[in-house]
Structure formats: C-alpha cells, structure tokens
Design a protein around this ligand. Structure first.
Ligand SMILES: NC(=O)c1ccc[n+]([C@@H]2O[C@H](COP(=O)([O-])OP(=O)(O)OC[C@H]3O[C@@H](n4cnc5c(N)ncnc54)[C@H](OP(=O)(O)O)[C@@H]3O)[C@@H](O)[C@H]2O)c1
Ligand SMILES: [Zn+2]
Ligand SMILES: [Zn+2]
Length: 336
C-alpha cells in the first residue's frame, strides 16, 4: 500500500508531503491507521540531526495512536479494530539479557522508530505488533500519544530513581515530559518542586500538582528549594547549572537525566561524594513498564495537556515546540 507521510528532506528542513510503499504485513508486523501523533522534542533533534543518526528523508512522529487495520500471520495479542499506541521503540532482539529481564529499551539491537524507518506523521504506519500497546478505554485518542514517549520516559526514570510516595521530587523543565512527570510524582503521593524558566508555567504548576515552584532566570543560578530533594529529574534539552542542582539533593539523592544535554556534564566531585548522591540516565522504558504506566495513567487520571493541530499544520506546530510556546504537548490529529 502507498503511505502518505510528512518528511524533512535535509537537516533542519520544513516537512513536506512524501509518500512511500509499504509491503503487506508479515509475521509480527501490523498496519495501523494513524489517528493522532504527539510531537516530542526528540522529533526536532532528529530533524536537525543533532544526534548524527538521522536518515533523510525522515518522517518524524513517535507518539502514535492508531487503529489496527491489518495484521501479519503471527500477531495474536492485538486484532483488527484495536486502538494501539507506538512510542520511540520500533523493535528489539527479544532474546538478549536486557530483553529477557524486561528492559527491551536497553537492548543493543534496540531500533528507534524514526531512526530506522518512517514515523507517525502520516496516514498509516507499519509496526512490530510486539511494540504496539493497547490503549486503556479511559484514555482519549487525542491525548494518549504523549504517554507513549513522554509518559513512559519520565515514569520509568522516576521509578528507577526510587519513586514511591512521600518523597521530595524535583522536576526541571515543564514541557511535554516535565508536565507529565509532575503529574505522576504528585498523584502517586510525593511532594513536587518545579524548576521552570517560564513564569506562566510556574503559575500553572500547582494545577499539575506541584507544591513549590522555582523560577530560573536566564544565566542565573537557580534558587534552592525549601526542602532537600530525594529525586531530581531533568527534562531539559540543554546544558544547565548541574553543580547547583546537585547541591539541592538530599543525602543518597538521585539526579536523573532524561533530557539530552548539548554538551558533556561538568560536575564537581565533592558534593557527590560527601552526600553519597547519584547521577542516573534513563531512556524510554521497557514493555512491562509501558503497560504499568498506561494503567497508572488511567487509574490516577494523569492526562497530557495538549494543543491539537491538524496534520497539515505540522510545520507551525513544530515551530511552536522549537520556541517553547506549546502548553504542554503539541499533538497532530486526523480527528478534528
Ligand atoms: N531519555 C529519553 O528516553 C527521552 C525521551 C523523550 C524525550 N527525551 C528528551 O527530553 C528532552 C525534553 O523533551 P520534551 O519533548 O519534553 O521537550 P519540550 O516539550 O520542548 O520541553 C523541554 C522543556 O525544557 C525547558 N527548557 C528548554 N530549553 C531550556 C534551556 N536552554 N534552559 C533551561 N530550560 C530549558 C523548558 O521548560 P520551562 O519552560 O519549564 O523552562 C521546555 O519546555 C529532549 O531533549 C528530548 O529529546 C528523552
Ligand atoms: Zn520522544
Ligand atoms: Zn535484546
């Protein structure tokens, strides 16, 4: 079948219509009709080739919600008509140590959807059904997409950093990922402090569940929160004042990074040593964690706050993401 997508043909280019031929789904593959797709900051990194792994033309989009319309012979856990979501991960080997212990996201053969083929800014998409996740009935199609990358990324990072309840948790950057991190941490019973460069976000943060906000002024060190933090999650796609943030951690506290800094971290050793603090990195999440995150989101009514654009307004939407003007996640939809 012919699939109509929106692609960047060179680094940093605007997206334009681009069509390609997809074969009939074999084995575990299936075809979905795209209903909506979030725009993650990683889509911008990939269009810009920031990570030097982009293949052009590149069709971005990895927060995809769609309806299954055709399945391969070995697909058995989803059927035609089901509503599913696909995130950053296209597939993995499913037989290495990482895969077998439920960390498919750490597999050496992990394929990223938009680094190894077309993504979800399109009318249809062929995917590996083993990385397509049923969307719980209580989560609406136009808001579900951001959970598939933004949601799983912050949920998994917070869980591996030790998130339970009753902890002091800080979130740096209240964008697509950050506004979900605040909701997960707060609704699961933690006290949340937000660090933001945007005054309007500081005002809105308590509606997301934050207890405290720190406005970070450009080129100024951030002010200390009122309490030392057990976990501090950075969702910022840039280098920030790591030395100050390390000092905000409690003893045994963890700074966990999901935002991708544009330069190596520069961190003094003593503040780490003297309080036994840790720095952690985290990338998306495994399949079991994805299922858990989706049910937690449904049960605790954790819902992405989205700005919806028709698919053809993709360039306008991407520009708004670039300029930090979206509150809080842009979603392209065929369902307006
Ligand atoms: N590790 C993973 O698996 C994973 C998965 C998905 C995305 N990511 C990465 O996570 C990062 C965030 O993605 P996103 O989709 O949430 O992006 P986003 O919606 O653009 O949000 C990023 C937020 O960071 C803050 N920010 C941006 N530039 C900043 C700067 N120079 N200094 C300080 N704060 C700044 C802004 O928040 P305020 O307005 O509140 O200051 C902005 O809203 C990206 O690097 C993306 O590639 C990683
Ligand atoms: Zn993403
Ligand atoms: Zn593997």
């Amino acid at each position: 079948m012919k699939i109509q997508g929106l692609a960047a043909k060179t680094s940093g280019a605007e997206l334009e219509p681009y069509s390609y031929e997809a074969p009939s789904p074999q084995n575990f593959q299936c075809i979905i009709k795209v209903l909506s797709c979030g725009i993650c900051h990683s889509d911008l990194h990939m269009v810009d080739n920031d990570w030097e792994m982009s293949n052009y033309p590149i069709i971005p989009g990895h927060e995809v919600i769609g309806e299954v319309i055709e399945i391969g012979s070995q697909v058995n856990h989803i059927k035609v008509g089901d509503r599913v979501g696909i995130g950053w991960q296209r597939t993995s080997c499913l037989s290495c140590r990482d895969c077998l212990r439920g960390s498919e996201n750490l597999c050496d053969e992990m394929q990223a959807l938009i680094a190894t083929g077309p993504g979800g800014f399109a009318d249809y998409l062929e995917v590996d059904s083993r990385f397509a996740f049923a969307i719980p009935d209580g989560i609406k199609t136009n808001v579900a997409g951001p959970l598939l990358c933004g949601g799983i990324t912050v949920y998994s990072a917070l869980r591996y950093a030790g998130m339970g309840s009753g902890l002091e948790i800080g979130v740096i950057g209240v964008g697509g990922l950050g506004h979900l991190a605040v909701q997960f941490a707060s609704k699961l019973g933690n006290r949340v402090t937000v660090f933001t460069t945007s005054k309007d976000k500081a005002e809105f943060a308590h509606e997301l569940g934050a207890n405290e906000t720190v406005i970070v002024e450009k080129n100024q060190p951030p002010s200390a929160p009122s309490q030392p933090l057990n976990i501090l999650l950075s969702t910022v796609p840039a280098s920030i004042d790591w030395a100050s943030y390390i000092d905000f951690l409690d003893s045994d506290g963890t700074l966990t990074l999901v935002g991708v800094p544009d330069a190596p971290l520069s961190i003094p050793g003593f503040p780490l040593l003297m309080k036994r603090r840790r720095i952690l990195g985290s990338v998306i999440g495994g399949r079991a964690m994805m299922q858990e995150m989706l049910s937690v989101a449904e049960r605790y009514q954790i819902e992405p706050i989205v700005e919806i654009f028709p698919m053809e307004k993709v360039n306008e939407a991407m520009e708004k993401v670039r300029n930090n003007q979206v509150r809080y996640r842009a979603v392209l939809s065929h369902q307006l």
